[in-house]
Design a protein around this ligand. Structure first.
Ligand code: HEC
Length: 167
C-alpha cells in the first residue's frame, strides 16, 4: 500500500503505541483517545459506539493513512466535489467514482484514475499542468503531479471503501 509506505517515511515524529504508528496531529490524538476508550468498554457498548461514530470504525492501522486521506480529501473538495460530490457524478450519472462504474468504464487502477484526472475525458476537464488541448482542460488552477497522484490514491481508496464519510 503506497500510502502507508509514504507516510512511514514522511512523518517526522512517529510514536508507536502497541506497535501501531501514530502521528501526533490533533486529529490523531482524538482518534487514539477513541481507540483507548474502546478498549475499556464492554462489547455491547462498543457496538453501539461504532454504530454511531464512523470515525471509530477504521482500525488503528489506518490511523497512519488518515493524514494523507485528509490531504486528499482537501484537494478533492477544492477541485472535484463540484461534479463528484459523495463520489457521484452530477454531469454524467453513469460515470461515478464508485467501483461499479469505474470497472465498467475501464478505470480500475490508480494509474487510470491519474490519467483521467491529468488529461480529462469527455466532459471531464483535465487538471494536469501539461494537459492539452486547452478546451479539454480545467479553466481553474492546474494541479501539481504529486497532488494528482494523491487524488488518484484517495479516489481509489474511497471507491474501495464505498465512499465512506471522512471528516
Ligand atoms: C466539471 C465537472 C467535473 C469535475 C470538476 C471533475 N470531474 Fe471527473 N468526471 C466528470 C465527467 C463528466 C466524467 C465522465 C467522463 C466520461 O466518461 O466521458 C468524469 C469522470 C471521472 C472519472 C472516471 C469515472 C468513471 O466511472 O468512468 C474519474 C476517476 C474522475 N472523473 C475523477 C475526477 C477527479 C479526481 C476530479 C478532481 C480533480 C474530477 N474528476 C473533477 C466531470 C468532472
Amino acid at each position: 500500500m503506497h500510502i502507508l509506505h509514504s507516510i512511514h517515511t514522511l512523518l517526522p515524529e512517529n510514536t508507536y503505541v502497541n506497535n501501531e504508528v501514530f502521528s501526533y496531529t490533533p486529529f490523531q490524538k482524538q482518534k487514539e483517545i477513541h481507540v483507548k476508550l474502546l478498549r475499556n468498554l464492554t462489547p455491547s457498548l462498543v457496538a453501539a459506539i461504532v454504530a454511531l461514530s464512523p470515525l471509530v470504525i477504521s482500525t488503528p492501522v489506518f490511523a497512519a493513512e488518515t493524514v494523507d486521506i485528509q490531504k486528499g480529501a482537501n484537494l478533492f473538495r477544492r477541485s472535484c466535489i463540484g461534479c463528484h460530490d459523495g463520489g457521484g457524478n452530477l454531469i454524467q450519472p453513469g460515470a461515478t467514482l464508485f467501483v461499479k462504474d469505474l470497472q465498467r468504464n475501464g478505470v480500475e487502477t490508480e494509474d487510470e484514475i491519474y490519467q483521467i484526472t491529468y488529461y480529462g475525458k469527455g466532459r471531464m476537464p483535465g487538471f494536469g499542468e501539461k494537459c492539452t488541448p486547452r478546451g479539454q482542460c480545467t479553466f481553474g488552477p492546474r494541479l501539481q503531479d504529486d497532488e494528482i497522484k494523491l487524488l488518484a490514491e484517495f479516489v481509489k481508496l474511497q471507491a474501495d471503501q464505498g465512499w465512506s464519510k471522512i471528516e
